[in-house]
Design a binder for this molecule. Structure first.
Ligand code: FAD
Ligand code: DLZ
Ligand code: SF4
Length: 512
């Protein structure tokens, strides 16, 4: 110990808005100062969507109020404070001096970049720094290592089963509820417009949020996205209301239409809860237990509840495990050596491809797109077009309100762009226009014809799909899960192959 007698300084980072965050465990409010800081570096290390910054700053300001009302002393530094040092380390240094802090206690950071800063603090400030594990996750880093150790492949499904056993969620003794672990086959129905479809719960900005919106509009005018549709929950209570709305109104049909896409319906039956879970306003496991209750009470079918729980205790925990296991250079991987620049229309939505203009348009408006839009529209297009996966990663990190590197990077670089060569997904998520036409109504009002493979009016996904396979034959043709498409490509007439590749080339040149 340092021997100093000042308070313990507890920095609460922007994604640690949890009342019982591990850094506060066993701490007496009388002995501690909580430090919350809006800093330029965090807001600009990528050009976050304006609504993403507004959501987080407003949620942080409300959380500070909430913690004060619970007896904590909170030192909150706003972005426009003239003395703001602009970085976590700069602000912690100022706070250590201001309060004469005797020690720092902090919950581990959610990404490598910030974790490296925390590691430096002890030496930098000359007081003890305790970095505590983030207990909001089910699977610790050590447990994930233990699970992954010695396995030939890190298949999510097996990890998920471990998490089901660990939590007892949807278990019948040692067996999965209903006899199967996974009901995904029932979850691929296309949606029809339905007047009874639930509307998302919208929260009107209060004075605190409005101040933040004004600040962000002024300071981050050059960042992508709009503030006009801001309707996020920003308090614990509002997040709980959003959670209730999802459980009552959307969960009973969540699974059925999980992969569907409809023009003008950005949300369908999705929960829209990821920003609140990731920032710490909602407890993921408690949410899963509530979802399970809905099934046990006969209010939601098994396929929907299992599908939802799998996303959280399966995918969410799994991608975090992969992120920390693979290390800071995971972001640099580029298995397919893709080099194209991200097309400008990712920042404007200005393209004749209706699926892309719809997914990007709602992303810029609302900082939200659901999983299949992210994976099979913006993700698949970038993959087929051979866009540099690092640029794709930066875009996803910027534009989604729920984006933090630990969850965004494995989903983007691994699952969506095959940048890790198949560590996360056993085959690239590629598809021709036919998939999009089956799962959405986008093609009905598109400039392009989904049935045509070549020519100026043909759906670009079609030629790009075959061109992608041909272009990456040396790297992908031995993949057993791509055996069928490669066989079809082989069997194709030479003239057709040439026409497809010319069509793809012409289209790709038009992007440059
Ligand atoms: P729902 O469809 O209602 O799902 C319920 C919850 O499950 C989500 O709130 C989320 O917490 C969790 N979940 C679902 N899928 C995943 C997944 N693949 N990985 C982790 N958690 C999942 N999710 C993020 O939270 N942050 C990101 O930055 C992010 N980037 C993504 C990038 C790409 C390329 C892809 C394909 C997916 C990404 N996802 C990300 C996963 C997923 O798309 C979002 O979690 C989901 O769309 C959030 O909306 P929702 O809350 O309505 O989700
Ligand atoms: C994403 C973000 C932004 C935009 N701004 C801040 C901020 O000003 N202060 C803060 O504490 N956190 C912010 N965050 C979230 C952090 O980047 C996130 O907490 C770290 O990535 C943790 O690993
Ligand atoms: Fe997208 Fe092709 Fe359908 Fe147009 S035709 S919406 S580009 S899949």
């Amino acid at each position: 110990m340092s021997g100093k007698s000042g308070p313990i300084l507890v920095p609460i980072l922007g994604d640690q808005l949890t009342r019982d965050i591990s850094s506060l465990d066993g701490v007496d409010p009388a002995d501690a100062v909580l430090l919350m800081m809006e800093v330029e570096d965090e807001a600009t290390y990528v050009r976050h969507h304006k609504s993403k910054i507004a959501f987080l700053f407003s949620a942080m300001r409300h959380h500070a109020e909430d913690m004060r009302s619970r007896g904590w002393t909170v030192d909150y530094v706003t972005l426009d404070n003239p003395d703001n040092a602009g970085s976590f380390s700069g602000e912690v240094q100022r706070a250590v001096e201001r309060h004469g802090a005797s020690a720092i206690r902090v919950t581990e950071a959610g990404e490598w970049r910030v974790a490296a800063m925390l590691q430096d603090w002890e030496e930098k400030f000359g007081i003890p720094v305790e970095i505590r594990p983030d207990t909001r996750f089910l699977c610790s880093h050590e447990d994930f290592e233990g699970w992954a150790e010695g396995r030939k492949s890190l298949t999510m499904e097996y990890f998920y089963r471990e998490m089901r056993r660990k939590t007892g969620l949807l278990m019948n003794g040692g067996d999965p509820e209903g006899g199967k672990w996974n009901y995904d086959k029932e979850n691929r129905k296309p949606a029809e417009r339905d007047l009874l479809m639930p509307k998302p719960i919208a929260f009107r900005p209060d004075e605190i949020t409005q101040d933040v919106i004004d600040l962000v509009a002024e300071r981050f005018a050059d960042h992508p996205g709009s503030l006009d549709h801001f309707q996020f929950a920003v308090t614990h209570d509002e997040a709980m209301r959003a959670r209730r709305h999802f459980l009552d109104e959307c969960l009973p049909r969540f699974g059925d239409f999980q992969d569907a896409m409809l023009t003008g319906e950005p949300f369908l039956y999705h929960s829209l809860l990821s920003p609140y879970i990731n920032a710490g306003l909602l407890d993921p496991i408690d949410l899963c237990r509530e979802a399970e209750k809905k099934y046990r009470n006969g209010d939601a079918p098994l396929n929907c509840v299992e599908g939802f729980i799998r996303q959280i205790i399966g995918w969410r925990e799994y991608v975090r495990g992969i992120y920390w296991r693979e290390g800071p250079d995971y972001a640099q991987r580029n298995f397919l050596e893709a080099k194209r620049d991200l097309p400008n229309f990712y920042y404007s939505g200005d393209t004749g491809m209706h699926c892309l203009s719809a997914a990007i348009g709602q992303t810029l408006d609302r900082a939200y797109a659901h999983h299949i839009q992210r994976l099979m529209i913006t993700g698949t297009f970038a993959l087929l077009a051979g866009v540099d996966p690092h640029q794709v990663h930066i875009w996803y990190l910027e534009v989604y309100v729920d984006a933090y590197e630990w969850v965004e990077l494995p989903n983007t670089l691994g699952m969506s762009q095959f940048g890790d060569g198949g560590l996360l997904g056993s085959k690239p998520y590629v598809a021709s226009g036919n998939y999009i036409n089956t799962m959405s109504d986008y093609c009905r009002s598109c400039h392009y014809d989904v049935k045509q493979r070549t020519g100026e009016d043909a759906c670009p996904f079609n030629a790009l799909y075959w061109d992608f396979l041909a272009r990456n034959e040396d790297k992908l043709s031995s993949n057993r899960r791509l055996a069928m498409p490669y066989k079809s490509w082989e069997r194709m007439e030479k003239g057709d192959k040439i026409a497809i590749r010319n069509s793809a080339r012409a289209f790709l040149e038009s992007l440059d």
